[in-house]
Ligand binder design. Structure first.
Ligand code: ADP
Length: 751
């Protein structure tokens, strides 16, 4: 130990505080990235407890130690609350244990408590070592050669309550559990005409309750940051629920965050809400407290991939760290990995809790960020039993809404939100059925508030959709449809065909002035191949469907030595293949953007053979459907099967249309709702503006922010030959996928 020097070659990772789904993915990424850089890496089991205890709790990790954990919930390296770490004595022991293992780089994955502890530990480091020297536990030379401790924090917490990241590890999965539960409760509630109060986690943070309500189409949400702003909120709430019943709604759901309070700071309990509903509505009310279900189950695609990205970034930060560098928190903001000083994040997180305590709710909401406040405002409109009446003398516009292209989960959510938001603003909405042919034949119906009830959670397309592009002769009929129904604006929700159709309509304005109305295209395609948006509605659902299927396929192969070639959709875009590959631990992803060459296949085969020779049990390759026209899935299967000989078998699985089906994930529902809000506002503004050329655009997410691109830029941003965007942000994830999937250097690697 005497000749040790402060270097970056030894690192430890720990999970602390409440467990969260995705922590395993983060640990796996930290371990594999570190090993890839030649860094020795340790796991400190049971969080700070293990650090204080030392000994068997600090274990060296290898490539295989983190094999087969990606799909597991909780944290494999354990977490317990640790009182001693709150004391200086405990932290001195912890410092001694790190010194014994020559560890001076630490990745802490936990909530704000754990990260506060990390920050204190980092600040005290030199003085703790000084005390160890004074006690004769370490030599002054050892203390001198370890002048600082590098700390990087990742936020593991299902509550999504931390400043410095848009999403915490585990929040997306928790939202999935809530959405699944509320969807299920809705169906039983509807059968019996019952009201349900669903309590979700979140002591100071209403994220889960708010987004859960937005995603499920619940009738009322109570969150700590924004208590009901009227004294008689109980009556208001019952009025909304009663109106809902009168207009045909059979279920009523109130979602309550566990930390919900009223304006005076008094807790609102689920029992109280039940009592209020029973008294006012005179119907059966049930309470469901979701509790630890929200922490359970396998992590979602988002939690696996985001945590992988963060774990990878944590090691990169440590490699770049300079002496006396402040600990940083690695998070995601606007769909990009970000680095923020850890303590600033902890302080700003506490500031929200303080604002709530001081009953300064406007400040609390503001401190949560604009997206949160906007979501809350949207929810307040969507949950109304009926729209506001148009303002006296207000001009009322007629908007058409349609779906074009293959069905994408979330299309219905978008139609529902857009319809209600437009109705609430005093306008009329017409649903155009069956895509372009329906448009040509004028198949449309006026949509009312209750026409779209229950659509938030439904997969498929209630309006009907297909991939037909308009023929040259169809534009006349489409223009007639617009004129006959006096449409003032058009919202087209769909994939590439939708965008092509809208672009053609835009070009046809010269010939058919009827097309000179505001038009918005909203990206809804599982392929995520639309220009102007980093993400399209439906892709998250498809990815989760793929991941669930691949997890099962992997389980089926435990007893045999087998390689699977799984074919996924995506058309000419490799997004589904790459992201599902990252989420399932695939060792190879074949994408159309990169193609497949014979030498690729030879190399992959070689790696497989070597792996199976060393005892590997499973191979997983994911192939995007159009990766190469010659080297098809069947070809690769046959090649590997033949060449694998006695070493391994090869099977293929073509996932097909299960990827287009299913109820939308919470992310897709929330994205659809967000897009709908901005699209409707865009259309309303567009009609109001009198220019020669009416607004025409496609909406999207650009680095996490809503952005409209003019339709004339469709060819500039979209590669029309290959039907995909010209730039694809997610291609930057390829190096991470490659590191995670490198051939295992150990003898008995399982994944
Ligand atoms: P979370 O990290 O999920 O917020 P806790 O608040 O329970 O969970 O914190 C987890 C652990 O982090 C605690 O058991 C304790 O060991 C450590 N910790 C929390 N707050 C502090 C603090 N102020 N000082 C030192 N250690 C702390």
């Amino acid at each position: 130990m005497d000749n040790q020097t402060q270097d970056k070659r030894r690192l430890a990772v720990l999970t602390s505080g409440g467990d969260a789904q995705g922590m395993n993915a983060a640990v796996r990424a930290v371990v594999r990235t570190a090993l890839d850089h030649g860094i020795e890496v340790f796991a400190i089991k049971e969080g700070y407890y293990g650090m204080v205890e030392g000994g068997k709790y600090i274990v060296p990790m290898n490539w295989d130690s983190v094999g087969g954990i990606l799909h597991r919930g909780g944290t494999e390296i354990g977490t317990v609350r640790c009182q001693p770490f709150r004391t200086r004595d405990g932290r001195r022991k912890a410092a001694h244990n790190l010194i014994k293992h020559r560890i001076n780089n630490l990745v802490v994955i936990g909530g704000d408590g754990s990260l506060t502890g990390a920050h204190i530990f980092r600040q005290e480091w030199s003085s703790l070592l000084q005390e160890l020297v004074e006690a004769g536990d370490i030599t002054p030379e050892i203390a001198a050669s370890n002048p600082y401790l590098n700390i990087v924090g990742l936020v593991g917490s299902i509550d999504n309550d931390m400043f410095g990241t848009d999403m915490t590890i585990g929040a997306d999965t928790a939202l999935h559990r809530i959405t699944e539960a509320v969807d299920a409760i809705s169906s039983t509630a509807a059968s019996h005409q019952r009201a349900f109060v669903v309590e979700v986690m979140g002591r100071n943070c209403g994220y889960l309750a708010l987004m859960g309500a937005l995603a499920t189409g619940a009738d009322w949400a109570l969150i700590p940051e924004s208590p009901p702003d009227v004294e008689n909120w109980e009556e208001k709430m019952c009025e909304v629920l009663r109106h809902g019943r009168e207009t045909g709604k059979r279920d009523s759901i109130v979602i309550l965050a566990e930390g919900a309070i009223d304006r005076n700071g008094n807790p609102i309990t689920s029992r109280y809400v039940k009592q209020v509903l029973e008294e006012h509505l005179k119907e059966d009310v049930r309470i469901t407290v979701l509790g630890h279900v929200q922490r359970g189950g396998s992590p979602t695609v988002y939690d696996r991939t985001m945590s992988t990205q963060l774990g990878y970034a944590a090691v990169e930060v440590i490699l770049r760290a300079t002496p006396h560098q402040e600990p940083s928190l690695i998070g995601v903001r606007n769909n990009r990995v970000t680095y923020t000083p850890l303590m600033a994040c902890v302080e700003r997180t506490h500031a929200v809790a303080e604002a709530i305590k001081a009953r300064n709710f406007n400040l609390a909401l503001e401190r949560r960020g604009s997206g949160f406040a906007e979501a809350f405002q949207t929810l307040r409109t969507l949950v109304r039993a009926l729209p506001h009446d148009p303002a006296p003398g207000q001009e009322r516009y007629n908007f058409g809404i349609m779906n074009i292209g293959a069905p994408a989960p979330g299309m219905n959510t978008a139609v529902r939100a857009a319809t209600r938001l437009a109705l609430d603003a005093g306008h009329r909405v017409y649903g155009i059925y069956n895509g372009v042919p329906g448009f040509v034949h004028g198949e449309m119906e006026e949509l009312h508030w209750m026409s779209v009830a229950g659509w938030a959670m439904r997969g498929g397309s209630e309006l009907g959709t297909n991939r037909n592009l308009p023929h040259a002769s169809d534009f006349y009929a489409m223009a007639r449809t617009i004129e006959d129904h006096q449409l003032n604006g058009l919202l087209i929700i769909g994939g590439w065909t939708a965008y092509e159709t809208a672009y053609q309509m835009y070009l046809e304005r010269e010939n058919f002035p009827a097309f000179n109305i505001p038009i918005v295209c909203m990206p809804a395609s599982i392929d995520n191949n639309l220009p102007g948006s980093e993400l399209s509605i439906g892709a998250d659902t498809a990815l989760n469907s793929i991941m669930e299927a691949v997890d099962k396929i992997k389980q089926s192969a435990v007893a045999s030595r087998r390689c699977f070639v799984v074919e996924v959709m995506g058309h000419n875009c490799g997004y589904l293949a790459l992201i599902s590959g990252l989420a399932t631990g695939a060792e190879r992803v074949y994408m159309p953007e990169e193609g497949i060459t014979l030498s690729d296949l030879q190399e992959d085969l070689q790696n497989l053979k070597q792996g199976f020779k060393k005892g590997k049990r499973l191979g997983l390759m994911i192939r995007s459907e159009n990766a190469n026209p010659i080297y098809t899935t069947a070809f690769i299967e046959a090649l590997f099967e033949e060449e694998g000989g006695d070493l391994f078998e090869t099977r293929h699985a073509i996932l097909g249309h299960l990827q287009q089906g299913g109820n939308p994930t919470p992310f897709d529902r929330i994205l659809a709702t967000r897009f709908a809000l901005h699209s409707v506002n865009y259309l309303i503004d567009g009609v109001g503006r009198t220019t020669d050329d009416a607004a025409a655009a496609f909406i999207g997410l650009d680095e996490g922010r809503i952005k409209f691109n003019h339709l004339q830029d469709f060819p500039r941003l979209g590669d029309r030959k290959y039907q995909r965007p010209k730039t694809q942000w997610w291609m930057t994830l390829r190096p991470i996928a490659r590191v995670m999937a490198k051939p295992c250097p150990q003898d008995d690697c399982a994944e």
